[in-house]
Design a protein around this ligand. Sequence first.
Ligand SMILES: Nc1ncnc2c1ncn2[C@@H]1O[C@H](COP(=O)(O)OP(=O)(O)O)[C@@H](O)[C@H]1O
Ligand SMILES: [Mg+2]
Length: 250
Amino acid sequence: MSVDNLIEVRNLRQTLSGQEILRGVNLDIPRGETVVLLGQSGGGKSVFLRHLIGLIRPLSGSIKIDGEEISRLSERELEPVRRKIGMLFQDGALFDSMTVFDNVAFPLRERGERSEKVIREKVAHSLELVSLQGQEKKMPVNLSGGMRKRAALARAIISEPSCILYDEPTAGLDPIVSDTINRLIRRLQTQLKVTSIVVTHDMISTNYVADHVALLREGRIHFTGTLSALHSSTDPVIRDFIEGRSHEID
Ligand SMILES: Nc1ncnc2c1ncn2[C@@H]1O[C@H](COP(=O)(O)OP(=O)(O)O)[C@@H](O)[C@H]1O
Ligand SMILES: [Mg+2]
């Protein structure tokens, strides 16, 4: 195991409802870097991310996080792993009946933090990192789409994870709000020195946040390389992706 990789995935296979989704995924995530994972809709990107926090168990293959094999850990043994990895789910998934404060505080309370003073300080710090200071009392329904994403991100980072997984963080957001999210991803990388995986099909976002890029295709990693290697690739599959051509209805 190279000391430079926070995450190493080897020969990861998964079949869901009789459909082979992942057919031997190999991917390294270097510590401190941002890897963008590209791929067609329905190609298994969200399924892949869920494996990294133990929400889905591999059919076969290995997932190492910080050198530790996580694929056969019990729910209880997974707790510290999940604390290391914050996930921003595609749908944001805020609790509608809770204020922003209670949403962001949720992971702390769930793991047994009792001190309201500690909770208040950490919530304030998290909200500040996503530029939502002063919004504690609002209900999710009263936030814009971009603010909801940022509140969900504040909740994902409150446990000070060393890694953040973003599932389509800019999907459904207008270009200006997307730009805010892209800047935030970069800012968290530099301020918190986190390792990030960003699942997206947004090339503007890719160009803004990626150090490395991986393309998932037909259940395998078809390409990995730097952002500039992606752009200089002559592989037709990659050109189509960069230039936004679809083959879904050919
Ligand atoms: N829990 C599940 N049970 C059965 N099939 C699933 C489940 N989750 C996802 N799938 C299927 O796996 C495939 C990949 O889904 P997903 O990872 O969400 O794609 P992506 O995120 O790349 O758009 C899809 O065909 C989806 O319907
Ligand atoms: Mg998805």
